[in-house]
Design a protein around this ligand. Structure first.
Ligand code: PAF
Length: 293
């Protein structure tokens, strides 16, 4: 495995590999099993696997969150090598945002303005769309791999790729969960034992909505109420629990098509998100019954 730090070196390293498939796993480092799941999916489909590691400052709405974001490059590089990554692209901020940088990629509409966009400010998805566009153009991969936990990010990037006709296939891998059902996230490392126990109300809430839909409850507000009941009294600070269209993020009016149930909550100082997809006709197993949970 090699580590490159500039777009130019990345392109040079990829030049002789272009005639076989290249997969890109974009990350902000602090790797956990969820990232390694993405690498394994990329490894299975490509001759060359590139992982980018870049803590993208433009997508952080809180300076404190950016400062506290774990940076563990040596450990990340060792894990990436072990998982079969061929090239780590780890630029610094000056490489990605040189002096004079003045371009923003902005996707309009509810997909960027609601839920995460409303809580974190629309600059969050501007930052994500801009950096992912740059990473895709730097690596020109055949496929790029993202986790379903960031469902709104996935919807934004699908819109981006469709609107700009970017020649890349986006692969969405199922949310990776710890044995207790908590979705894996680099931020989980900040939870105390007590906070972690309280955070389990989040997958329980998603499971409650899934179970209610599987039992035939189809009213969107009643389904939401099932989730809220599970979260109440757990000492967590709910930002939203919403049932939305998974592609547009417009509010779901009925369970006549797949509906994304998305949650964001703060547990102590840590902000967590999670989601699941339900539909009246094909209800999935829910977060607490998924393989790997
Ligand atoms: O999901 C993430 O880790 C980041 O949002 C991404 C896609 C690497 C862009 O910085």
């Amino acid at each position: 495995m090699i580590i490159v730090r500039t777009v130019s070196d990345l392109r040079t390293a990829l030049r002789e590999r272009r005639d076989t498939p290249v997969g890109l796993v974009p990350t902000m480092g602090a790797l956990h099993e969820g990232h390694l799941t993405l690498v394994r999916a990329a490894r299975a489909e490509n001759r060359t696997v590139v992982m980018s590691i870049f803590v993208n400052p433009t997508q952080f709405d809180e300076q404190a969150d950016l400062a506290a974001y774990p940076r563990t490059e040596d450990r990340d590089a060792a894990l990436a090598a072990e998982a079969g990554v061929d090239i780590v692209f780890a630029p610094d901020a000056a490489e990605m945002y040189p002096t004079g940088f003045a371009t923003t990629v902005r996707i309009a509409g509810p997909v960027t303005e609601t839920l995460e966009g409303a809580q974190r400010g629309r600059a969050h998805f501007d930052g994500v769309a801009t950096i992912v566009t740059k990473l895709l153009l730097a690596a020109l991969p055949d496929a790029a791999y993202f986790g379903a936990k960031d469902a709104q990010q996935v919807a934004v990037l699908q819109r981006l790729v469709a609107d700009l006709d970017l020649p890349v296939r986006l692969v969405v891998c199922p949310t990776s969960r710890d044995a207790d059902g908590l979705a894996r996230s680099s931020r989980n490392a900040r939870l105390t034992a007590d906070e972690r126990a309280r955070a389990l109300a989040i997958p329980r809430a998603l499971q409650a909505v899934t179970d209610a839909a599987a039992a035939g409850l189809a009213d969107v507000e009643a389904l939401r109420a099932r989730g809220l009941a599970e979260l109440a009294g757990e000492g967590i600070d709910l930002e939203y629990l919403a049932l939305v269209d998974p592609a547009t993020f417009e509010p779901a009016a009925a369970l006549d098509r797949p509906v994304l149930v998305a949650v964001a909550a703060r547990v102590g100082r840590t902000r967590l998100i999670d989601n699941t997809v339900i539909s009246a006709h094909a209800v999935g197993p829910g977060p607490l019954s998924q393989e790997g949970a």
